[in-house]
Design a protein around this ligand. Structure first.
Ligand SMILES: [Zn+2]
Length: 345
């Protein structure tokens, strides 16, 4: 097995004092990866900056101009949550490029799988709006790259970040070539992602699968959701490439999220997705980092994911579980299976 990681020192320059989405996040990940002695087994690839054409394929010129302009003037707040520094345009270009590089690694460089360890995150960035700590939608740029550069016809994105990937949904809402599946806490930031939104009527109908979850879902609930909804949806869609918006803020130790996944619960989801990629698309899978605001969780979950990408067991779960009673999801799962077009005849 060969597994690629892509990261860049430029990501650390995009940081804002006191903000949860800060340089410490990737520092903690790289320290955990180094301590775990995985580095020598991984193939580290330096990302390239995403070309303007790749960014324009998912974003409006106005959004790109605004982020670039604000960055060149020294930075500021895009909204109450989202900052730009003098280094942010550079970081955002390379983060999107790293996600593209993860696709390249899997589709043309003969590697098995890849993990783009990037900041700033991307899944809240819509075609015309940077928001929710996100400037450029990295995974959307990567999915479009897979379609336009490599000629793929079907790409699936699974987003297990605790927040709904509203930007990714918006970008692909009328696109039948991209299946977007999101598990997210609801009602929660950014307030989007109801199950009734399934894609624009026509060929894209059924290509958005929102799975809004009540607070307190953990290993048991997520496993059921993956088994009963995510896996059958992917089997129905038959992707040629599986991309994962890997946000680790659904962990019970995350300071922002209301879910109770453990490190081993997250590892099981990753193992499920790897098995589905093996079954459906020759193992072609690439992960792109999204949220996650506990430094120890980020380190532990990334190491477990990389071990799985390398074909090993996920290793011990040093953080343990939350020991709470989970809500019953059987009605929610049955309702989605009954109403969502992907599960129809
Ligand atoms: Zn998040």
């Amino acid at each position: 097995m060969s597994t690629v990681i892509l990261s860049d020192a430029r990501f650390g320059a995009h940081t804002w004092y006191g903000h949860p989405e800060c340089a410490d996040r990737l520092d903690a990940i790289m320290e955990a990866v180094t301590t775990s002695r995985l580095l020598s087994d991984l193939c580290s690839v330096a990302p390239y900056p995403a070309p303007d054409a790749a960014l324009m394929a998912v974003h409006t010129p106005e959004l790109l101009w605004r982020v670039r302009q604000l960055s060149s003037y020294g930075g500021g707040q895009i909204d109450g949550d989202t900052y730009v520094t003098i280094d942010s345009w550079d970081a955002a270009q390379y983060a999107a490029g790293a996600a593209m590089g993860a696709v390249d690694a899997v589709l043309s460089r003969g590697h098995h799988n890849a993990f783009a360890l990037v900041r700033p995150p991307g899944h809240h960035a819509t075609p015309g709006r940077a928001m929710g700590f996100c400037l450029i939608n990295n995974i959307a740029v990567a999915a479009r790259h897979a379609i336009s550069h490599y000629g793929l016809e079907r790409v699936a994105i699974v987003d297990f970040d605790v927040h709904h990937g509203n930007g990714t949904q918006d970008i692909f809402y009328d696109d039948p070539q991209v299946l977007f599946i999101s598990t997210h806490a609801a009602p929660f930031y950014p307030g989007t992602g109801p199950m009734a939104q399934v894609g624009t009527a026509g060929p894209a109908a059924g290509k958005t699968l929102n799975i809004p979850l009540p607070f307190g879902v953990g290993d048991i609930g997520y496993a059921h959701v993956f088994e009963d909804l995510v896996a059958p949806a992917l089997r129905r869609f038959k992707p040629e490439l599986l991309l994962v918006s890997a946000g680790y803020d659904s962990h019970w130790k995350d300071p922002l999220g209301p879910m109770v996944l453990s490190t081993s619960g997250y590892a099981r989801l990753t193992a499920d997705l790897l098995a589905l990629a093996d079954e459906l698309c020759d193992g072609r899978i690439a992960l792109v980092l999204e949220g996650g605001y506990s430094l120890e969780v980020l380190g532990a979950c990334t190491v477990a994911a990389l071990r799985l990408l390398l074909g090993r067991d996920p290793g011990p779960d040093m953080l343990g579980g939350a020991r709470s009673v989970e809500p019953d999801l059987s009605h929610l799962i049955a309702t989605i299976r009954e109403r969502h077009p992907l599960f129809g005849t």
